[in-house]
Write a protein that binds this ligand. Structure first.
Ligand SMILES: [Zn+2]
Length: 163
């Protein structure tokens, strides 16, 4: 999903780069197949820790600060944006039901705040895969060949590069 107005630095790209530079490894745009055939594709997925991160565009996801509805064609935009938000909440609920921690970051949030939010979620992760690791070095997350995760059958996204 693409925002209408973008700066050159996409917020999710900047966030991925910052996390990668700090030694964290994750999947990007990784599809998760949840119960009832529900599929979600978070922007950043820490599969071992069961943390899913979305970077939400202010317009498309109706940010309270910048998500003002367009005056023109409100009949068109309002239901569309409302559906987006409803889908977001449904995705959150499905992920949480499957044991995922969901992190949502607005694209307007400063990068440092976004990184802090993600790291806090990783630190408080309740995922069994995270607790089993005695030495929780950041770089240990999501090594290839880690044990499969019940309820996740996404295709292997080769998204390990920093971009
Ligand atoms: Zn905003």
């Amino acid at each position: 999903m693409r925002a209408i107005r973008r700066t050159d630095t996409k917020p999710e790209v900047a966030l991925r780069r910052a996390l990668h530079h700090q030694g964290y490894r994750f999947r990007k745009d990784y599809r998760l197949d949840l119960a009832d055939g529900k599929r979600v594709r978070p922007d950043i997925v820490f599969t071992a820790k069961h943390v899913a991160v979305f970077v939400d565009g202010c317009f498309w996801h109706a940010c309270p600060e910048h998500g003002g509805k367009p005056a023109a064609n409100a009949w068109y935009w309002e239901p569309k944006l409302r559906r987006n938000v409803e889908r977001d909440r449904a995705s959150d609920a499905a992920l949480q039901a499957a044991g995922w921690d969901v992190v949502r970051i607005w694209e307007h949030e400063p990068l440092e705040a976004a990184v802090t939010t993600v790291l806090a979620a990783l630190a408080s992760s309740r995922a069994p895969g995270a607790a089993r690791r005695g030495t929780a070095r950041p770089g240990d997350d999501d090594k290839p060949g880690s044990p499969g995760i019940p309820g996740v059958a996404g295709e292997p996204a080769g998204g390990q590069r920093s971009g």
